[in-house]
Design a binder for this molecule. Sequence first.
Ligand code: XIL
Length: 316
Amino acid sequence: CQLDKWAKEAGLKYFGTAVDNPSLSNQAYMKIARDSSEFGSITPANGQKWSNTEGSQGRFSYGSGDAITSVAKQSGQLLRCHTLVWHNQLPVSSSFSRDQMQRIITAHIQNVAGHYKGQCYAWNVVNEVLENDGTFRQSPMYRAMGIKFITHSFKTAAQTDPLAKLYLNDFNIERCCNAKINATISLLKTVIAAGAPVHGVGMQGHSRVGKSPSKREMKEAMAQFAELVDEVAFTEVDIRHTKLPVTAEDREQQARDYVEVVGACLETAKCVGVTVWDFTDQYSWIPSQYPGEGEACLFDNNLGKEAGVYRRGQPP
Ligand code: XIL
């Protein structure tokens, strides 16, 4: 069973994966990543971020992004583009006036979304704008412009690439209901009322084995977003073990947790697809971000479909 083929048969638009630049030279990896019956969509894990596309103000470069997007193009895969405005991997740290920041955001989006115009099925326009308690993240963009940076980013993205689905993307908004979900809803209402063309909500979906939200909780969260936007998606799924080495039971739990995510998407009419944040533990960001945790992906370090996870990770 191949993931995208299965997902399409079951009614999703795609099953996708993140791909990062260092893995492009790994032929065994690329054979799987390019296999469009395994992955119908690709997201550059880092290549399109601010630090890679505008390393210093006004100097744009697309080598890292293009290296990934060209793979998707050659393989006939959709592209989920990631991300235009984020507080991380952002070489803009000093404080700017409202006008300066607005010009910086405009130039960045016009350049980057302009460069990829017509290629992206979706863009994560803004990423991680809220804190877990529902307050706004005090990013350089928020400090300079307040909530207007979000409205402005969506409007500029829409003018630049009118066919891309424009998403707000965040983590910890998968499990209904919490302060961050409530804040996301009110943020969406505010920016949509101010004219921001928000088409989708992306739920990153990073979670921990055994602590991952249930299908019911995820469906309830999506039902709320679906009242305000055309589509929702899981955009960065990985489910990490918090203690290593893992046991057979841990793996079975992980498989059930993955099944819950895919099942929640399948049972939500507006959920278009699931993207995993890389498919192999070999390139997972988890061990460096959460030392001592890992084995979060569908394939193990040797690109073997993990016993259990891959097989049972398929929806029935
Ligand atoms: C991660 C990448 O996977 C790492 O390689 C990089 O060092 C840091 O960023 N949320 C996001 C992604 O939106 O862009 C992050 O990706 C993971 C968390």
